[in-house]
Design a protein around this ligand. Structure first.
Ligand SMILES: O=C(O)C(=O)C[C@]1(C(=O)O)C=C[C@@H](O)C=C1
Length: 265
């Protein structure tokens, strides 16, 4: 049987050039939709093009349809860059991030999530990020989750205060901790319809004996224990608080925003 001669390097590069040109053309075609998007979404009036539920759908579909040699993280990273740039071009804004010695990977996480086209503003505390949102309705904030010095999330969801609307990273990677590492917050006027997960600020009588996956962040303060819990959107604040409390008495529970279910890569 005659053996097939392998393609030359020039042939392979020709093939890559053809694919690159097609990808570039499609990207430019995607870009042509922006002007109409701005008009249809009335972005000039609302000040923000950010639609977290739609973004989560796009990423979930990519992960579901992915196969082959290319790591899915790369594909998600490329699309996060595209989507964030599209959001920015429709309505320029900044992303406020808590960065400091205790938040070493915050910049990397912010760049992975929002790409390189969006300006990052550095803050030293969650309270300062929360205060910054609302001065400009289109701005977003990124605050690290996990153990905290104070229950900064208690400021979310109050009248005219920012709410939670996404978690980062967009996918739960095997190489990174399973629970989300950071919370994305934004002005309450941003459309959060379609996000299937409720985020609840809970006050407990004391520290629960075990920490469960339903807890995103926690802080001990003034004898009380404060946690940020998540559960299905259709569940009530009290139900989500009970699930996260591990038997500890629940003193207060209040919705502070929503997010999309974790997307496992
Ligand atoms: O679907 C929209 O509303 C868009 O503006 C498009 C797009 C995208 O690039 O896919 C950009 C920003 C939104 O946050 C969601 C999705």
């Amino acid at each position: 049987m005659p053996t097939k001669t392998p393609p030359s390097l020039a042939d392979l590069r020709g093939e890559i050039d053809r694919i690159d040109a097609a990808m570039h053309k499609l990207l430019m075609e995607r870009g042509q939709i922006i002007e109409t998007l701005i008009a249809v979404k009335k972005t000039a009036e609302t000040g923000s093009a950010f639609r977290p539920a739609r973004e989560a759908d796009v990423v979930r579909r990519l992960v579901e349809n992915h196969s082959g040699r290319l790591p899915v993280e790369l594909v998600v990273q490329i699309w996060r860059q595209i989507i964030s740039t599209f959001t920015y071009v429709q309505a320029p804004h900044s992303v406020h991030v808590v960065m400091g010695p205790e938040q070493e990977n915050a910049r990397e996480l912010a760049r992975f999530h929002f790409g390189f086209g969006v300006p990052l503003v550095k803050h030293s505390s969650p309270a300062s990020v929360i205060a910054a949102i609302g001065r400009d309705r289109g701005d977003l904030g990124l605050i690290g989750l996990g153990p905290a010095r104070e229950a900064w999330w208690d400021k979310l969801g109050l009248p005219d205060q920012p709410i939670a609307m996404a978690t980062a990273p967009a996918i739960a990677r095997a190489a990174s901790p399973r629970p989300p590492q950071a919370l994305v917050i934004g002005h309450p006027s941003i459309d959060t319809a379609g996000l299937d997960t409720r985020i609840v600020a809970v006050t407990l009588a004391g520290k629960p004996p075990v920490e469960v996956d339903a807890v995103l962040a926690s802080a001990g303060e003034g004898g009380r224990h404060h946690i940020l819990a998540w559960g299905p959107r259709e569940a009530s604040d009290a139900e989500i608080a009970q699930d996260a409390a591990s038997g500890m008495a629940v003193e207060a529970a209040r919705t502070v925003g929503y997010t999309a279910k974790s997307i496992a890569a």
